[in-house]
Design a protein around this ligand. Structure first.
Ligand code: ZN
Length: 75
């Protein structure tokens, strides 16, 4: 019986570790989104810091304005 319980706990721990990064996300989705919007990101072009909400994302990179985004892509 004790061994069974131990195995159960171990399996539980493995499952918990496996999903470790995802469990807290369920209840925090809204909060995390708000935090993310207020996060400052650096413009790839001119280095200006803008909030994620205001930044323009082009090919996974953040820019402060359309001008900066366009200058970088127009090679
Ligand atoms: Zn910029």
């Amino acid at each position: 019986m004790v061994v069974k319980l131990l195995i159960f706990v171990l399996v539980g721990l493995v499952i918990y570790k496996f999903f470790g990064g995802k469990f807290p996300a369920f209840g925090k989705t809204k909060e995390e989104k708000k935090v993310e919007e207020d996060t400052l990101v650096e413009c790839e072009k001119c280095g200006t810091y803008v909030t994620l909400k205001e930044s323009i994302v082009v090919q996974g990179k953040h820019y402060c304005s359309k001008e900066c985004a366009n200058k970088n892509t127009g090679k």
